[in-house]
Design a protein around this ligand. Structure first.
Ligand code: SF4
Ligand code: SF4
Length: 166
């Protein structure tokens, strides 16, 4: 599906998830970085050395889920906006998804927003439960969304205004 439409399908993104045991243990990163491209800020950003690319900068990042604690520092550092953090243990019946956000308006904690999937289609409503937008994120905010658990690996964006966050 990825090659045909440019949008990752279930077979593409399911291959990027950690195993079911790790998913029950708390927040985990999901790298939806599918192609060999010369890029490695994610490797340099991770304070726990959980991301490995190695000497060939074209290598697709490999995640050590024993080291990743889902801190989401890498989410704002990916120029491709391809990194997310998912927490399936967030609340009874709900998970949390951390997404990168480079547009205005910047949503506020407590807002209710429309959550969309990889194809931009509406999935559900979501509550904004966290907003990180500190200076060293260089205008890539990271938004935490509370979503029904069944949508936690479907929701990958939100629908709001359209101006670039500059
Ligand atoms: S979420 Fe944190 S620990 Fe996990 S890969 Fe990203 S920066 Fe490293
Ligand atoms: S920074 Fe993003 S696009 Fe670049 S290699 Fe890492 S995950 Fe892929």
């Amino acid at each position: 599906m990825l090659k045909a439409t440019g949008v990752a399908g279930p077979k593409d993104w399911e291959a990027k998830l950690p195993d079911s045991q790790r998913r029950k243990q708390g927040p985990y990163v999901v790298f939806e970085c599918f192609q060999e491209i010369p890029c490695n800020p994610c490797e340099q950003a991770c304070p726990r050395n959980a991301v490995a690319i190695g000497e060939d900068i074209n290598t697709i990042p490999c995640i050590d889920y024993g080291l990743c604690n889902g801190c989401a520092i890498c989410v704002a550092r990916c120029p491709g906006l391809a990194i997310f953090v998912v927490d399936e243990t967030y609340a009874e019946g709900y998970g949390k998804v951390m997404i990168p956000w480079e547009y205005k308006p910047l949503p506020a904690k407590g807002d209710t927003v429309t959550a969309v999937g990889r194809d931009g289609k509406e999935v559900c409503t979501a509550e904004v439960v966290e907003v990180r937008n500190i200076k060293n994120q260089d205008r890539t905010a990271v938004i935490g969304l509370k979503v029904p658990l069944e949508h936690v690996n479907v929701v990958r964006g939100i629908k709001l205004g359209g101006e670039i966050n500059g």
